[in-house]
Design a protein around this ligand. Structure first.
Ligand SMILES: Cc1cc2nc3c(=O)[nH]c(=O)nc-3n(C[C@H](O)[C@H](O)[C@H](O)COP(=O)(O)OP(=O)(O)OC[C@H]3O[C@@H](n4cnc5c(N)ncnc54)[C@H](O)[C@@H]3O)c2cc1C
Ligand code: FES
Length: 279
């Protein structure tokens, strides 16, 4: 069924969480069963009346009362207007949309690579793993340009207690590892190498991570990426989000890497990564 009419969404509170980013607490006024079945990695459309609509991912998933949270980075008109809204403002919600991450791994060692705000779609996977101790070994490597750009401060403090959580900064910061997450792969693969990769962040980082994992023996069907494309309808109608013959809003945003390679055809992932890097 096409979900085209926004439902009422209450803005509960928002606080600064990284440079130009806010952690936003929300409540769907009349939650449905489908809201309780959201998977980490799926997304919703947030409407600001009189301004517009844009896709965002869930940080915490909707509970029985419809409470959930999101991380919003200020990029343009809608996000700027959202930052100016007071607690209690009525917004609009459509969703959930798309497909989430695979959550039940037959493999024990799973590596998550996140860059910048790309940590947000992986938050639910990390929380799920911390709660249920599955998979047996989950390692996270999170890269940001500099310390102020790191997001999900409260969640990271919690995750550091229970998981192997490595943080890197492009610029030298005392107490932090320097360089991109890729520069630390050798260490991650030195003993008990990961068997599965989930990755979200800038496309060059995701494609380079996928290729580095392929070279180190992880099969393409054990590598997953979350793609970001322009979206309008979120329901397979407008065609704004095409990746080859696939609608990212329906088949994605998470794609298995062998499927991604099939969709991009002859374009080399590293050439695509290179292209993005210089855009
Ligand atoms: C599935 C999905 C999940 C997302 N989850 C989050 C999230 O959890 N948190 C978050 O902060 N943002 C998320 N985004 C991105 C967010 O939807 C956009 O940044 C949105 O356009 C912001 O609206 P705006 O009016 O403030 O900015 P706009 O005026 O729409 O855009 C500002 C700038 O960003 C560029 N831009 C916008 N969207 C895209 C895109 N998809 N690809 C490339 N460039 C783009 C525009 O060209 C423009 O330069 C997600 C996007 C997708 C597709
Ligand atoms: S956003 Fe309209 S078809 Fe995907």
């Amino acid at each position: 069924m096409i979900d085209a009419t926004p439902r009422r969404l209450l803005l509960l509170e928002q606080y600064a969480d990284g440079e130009d980013a806010r952690h936003v607490s929300l409540r769907i006024e009349q939650p449905r069963a489908s809201d309780r079945a959201v998977l980490p990695g799926q997304f919703f459309m947030l409407t600001l009346p009189g301004v517009g609509e844009a896709p965002f991912t869930y940080i915490s998933l909707p509970d029985a009362q419809g409470h959930f949270s999101a991380l919003v980075r200020r990029t343009g008109r809608l996000t700027q207007a959202l930052f100016e809204q007071p607690a209690g403002a009525i917004l609009g919600y459509r969703g959930p949309f798309g497909r989430g991450w695979p959550l039940f791994f037959s493999d024990n060692r799973v590596l998550l690579v996140a860059g910048g705000c790309g940590l947000a779609p992986l938050a639910g996977v990390i929380d799920n793993a911390s709660r249920h101790q599955l998979p047996a070994q989950l390692s996270v490597i999170y890269g940001a340009r500099h310390a102020a750009a790191q997001v999900l401060g409260r969640e990271r403090a919690r995750w550091r207690q229970t998981l192997r959580f490595i943080e890197t900064c492009d610029q030298a910061v005392p107490g932090q590892r320097q360089g991109s997450p890729l520069e630390h792969f050798a260490e991650l693969f030195a003993t008990q190498p990961p068997e599965v990769l989930l990755c979200c962040g800038p496309e060059p980082l995701m494609l380079a991570s996928a290729e580095a994992c392929l070279q180190r023996g992880i099969a393409a069907d054990k590598i997953w990426l979350s793609l970001e494309r322009r979206m309008h309808c979120a329901d397979g109608l407008c065609g704004h989000c095409y990746l080859g013959s696939s609608y990212v809003c329906q088949e994605g945003p998470t794609y298995r890497y062998d499927r991604y390679l099939q969709l991009v055809g002859n374009s080399s992932p590293l050439a695509i990564a290179q292209h993005y890097r210089f855009c």
